[in-house]
Design a protein around this ligand. Structure first.
Ligand code: SF4
Length: 230
């Protein structure tokens, strides 16, 4: 994947501060206590279009009922639908079930370790593939969920690209280039948490943010809120 262009010193500053912040403020989530790719896939699929708080009520029960990819593969579609009941967007459950069957019957239950093979699994989009590879195997692959998109745009994008497709490509290049070598697990988790907890969609906490000196959007937010710059 093509690497984006950020000044190396700026990149290092961002990486170091973000990782330090994550060590103290990162969320304690059950799917972060495992490196089992199947459990991580379940959590990532549940988190598509659904808030963390809501997923917390379903994830534990689901992986208790189907604790391995083989167990999920051998379930009937009706049973999987029942286990997913209440979480919504049932196409996700169908795709997860198809993935489990594909991996169990075609790959001996083993998860792929390349981006292309992972992205080819049913219902696994580009960001979910990045999350799976980085959180299960610590492979340096980028993620770009809503929180990460917002954070990276505000921090590093001065002017919007002419089209949404160009914006998307640019953000993927940025999220790829920002990963510190060999630290994708912590770094991607940190990006998500900082976007969810500090650089929020509404009323970002700019006043207490650790990136005010490098953030492109900071002056705009401070002007809009009528607060004093730090
Ligand atoms: S200064 Fe504000 S807009 Fe910039 S990263 Fe921090 S919270 Fe987000």
């Amino acid at each position: 994947m093509k690497r984006g262009g950020i000044d190396p010193a700026l990149k290092r500053t961002f990486q170091q501060r973000l990782l330090r912040w994550y060590r103290t403020h990162g969320r304690d989530l059950p799917w972060r206590k495992t490196r089992d790719p199947y459990h991580i896939l379940v959590s990532e699929v549940m988190l598509q279009q659904t808030q963390v708080d809501r997923v917390l009520g379903f994830y534990g029960k689901f992986v208790k009922k189907y604790s391995t990819v083989e167990e999920l593969a051998s379930a009937r579609p009706r049973q999987v639908r029942e286990a997913w009941d209440g979480l919504g967007y049932y196409a996700r459950a169908r795709n997860l079930h198809r993935t489990a069957r594909q991996l169990t019957h075609g790959h001996g239950g083993q998860f792929p370790r390349t981006y292309e093979e992972t992205h080819a699994l049913p219902g696994v989009g580009r960001s979910t593939a990045g999350a799976l590879l980085s959180f299960a195997f610590n492979i340096d692959t980028p993620i770009l969920d809503t929180n990460v998109k917002r954070l990276i745009s505000r921090l590093f994008v001065h002017r919007p690209s002419p089209t949404p497709a160009q914006t998307e490509r640019r953000l993927w290049r940025l999220s790829t280039s920002l990963i510190p070598k060999g630290k994708a697990w912590a770094f991607n988790q940190a990006l998500m948490d900082f976007g969810a907890l500090v650089c929020t969609a509404r009323n970002p906490r700019c006043v207490t943010c650790l990136f005010t000196d490098i953030c492109r959007a900071y002056p705009k937010f401070i002007r809009a809120s009528g607060q004093q710059r730090r």
